[in-house]
Structure formats: C-alpha cells, structure tokens
Design a protein around this ligand. Sequence first.
Ligand SMILES: CC(C)(COP(=O)(O)OP(=O)(O)OC[C@H]1O[C@@H](n2cnc3c(N)ncnc32)[C@H](O)[C@@H]1OP(=O)(O)O)[C@@H](O)C(=O)NCCC(=O)NCCS
Length: 187
Amino acid sequence: MGQIPTLVTDRLILRPFTLDDAPAVKELAGEWEIAETTANIPHPYEEGMAEEWISTHQEAFDKEEAVTFAITLKPDGVLIGAIGIHINKTNRLAEMGYWIGKPYWNQGHCTEATKEVLRYVFEALGLNRAQARHMTKNPASGRVMHKVGMKYEGTLRQSVFRWGKFEDAAIYSILRDEYGLVSVHSR
Ligand SMILES: CC(C)(COP(=O)(O)OP(=O)(O)OC[C@H]1O[C@@H](n2cnc3c(N)ncnc32)[C@H](O)[C@@H]1OP(=O)(O)O)[C@@H](O)C(=O)NCCC(=O)NCCS
C-alpha cells in the first residue's frame, strides 16, 4: 500500500507516527484518564512501549490491517493524540479508535480528526461501514461519534473486561450510503 498517508483538516495534520513522537506519546497516553477508557493502552505506560507501538504501524498498513495517524496541530506540529482504524477486508468495514491528550480535550479536535478519517475510510479506501465502540462510562466519546454522523446501534453489555471490571460498550456506525456515497457490492 506504500506509505501511511497524511491528511489535512482546518486545524490538524494527521500523519504517520515516527519514533521521534515516542516521548510525547508516553507523556500523553501515560495519563490514567487515557488508559481508563481505552481498550488497549497500558498503564503504567513504561519506557519503550511507545517505540514498540509505533514500530507496528507500517507493517499493519502494508498488510491492509490497520492505519494509525498521529493527530498534530497545524501551526506548530505539536502532537495531541492518535486516531486509527482496524480494517476488516472481508466485511469491508473499519473499526475506529482514538485518544486525545488531556490538555487538549473539549476543543473539537477528536471530532475534526474523526470526520477526516471517515472521509479516508469511504473515499480513499472505498469501505462500506465505519464503526466505533465506547464504554458507556465515557460519554465524551459517544458525543464525538454522534457529532460525526454515526448512529447508535446498541449497547454490548459487559463486552469489555478492563481494569478488573466488566464494562458495557455502546456501538455506533455509519454506512457508505449514509455518508453520501453509493454502496459498492461488486468489487
Ligand atoms: C473521548 C476523547 C477522544 C474526546 O476528545 P475531544 O477532542 O475532547 O473531543 P471533542 O472536543 O471533539 O468532543 C467532545 C464532546 O464531548 C463532550 N463531553 C465532554 N465530557 C463529557 C461528559 N462527561 N459527558 C458528556 N459529554 C461530554 C464535549 O462537550 C464535546 O461535545 P460538544 O462539542 O457537543 O460540547 C477524549 O476525551 C479522550 O481521549 N478520552 C480518553 C481516551 C478515550 O476515551 N478514547 C476513546 C475510547 S472509545
């Protein structure tokens, strides 16, 4: 597939991570409030974990399994978070995940990044469905999904076991034709 692309929005540049981002990832993703409501971010976030994670991105992209973007601010290139998709080629769908560093919350950054990744999912990758899940104890993430036009489909009861507790997870999705593109059945 080549290189992970760079996507540009009004305020953000979504670009591939490099190993130089590792210290910022460790600092931002190392906050408990990021690990608490995400499925896979470790806590404590130890030395070397960011480098290890970043090192998986290109191979996952080459295998058409996942695409991960660093979310950076346009004026100065500061890293503020991450957004990514896992691709299920068989079913032509993408599952999204994201986090934004705490100092940057509630400024619309995640919504702006998610809209752009949806465009990438439908226009560039030609997939049929984008979905995302959030723990019901994390309404801010549900708000992002709602704001980008995703529809609430239901709650998967106790579908996540995290930090010693079962959590309910709400699932949202948007389909290609809801996004305004014709469904592709034959490819
Ligand atoms: C979820 C998260 C990515 C949102 O990022 P963000 O850049 O702050 O998101 P946005 O600013 O685009 O939108 C957040 C929305 O949630 C709302 N919100 C914030 N806290 C809320 C709460 N406790 N209850 C309800 N809504 C809340 C905000 O007001 C905003 O909505 P609005 O624009 O209608 O006012 C960020 O909080 C985060 O990284 N959390 C920890 C990691 C995580 O949970 N990732 C998602 C896993 S599914």
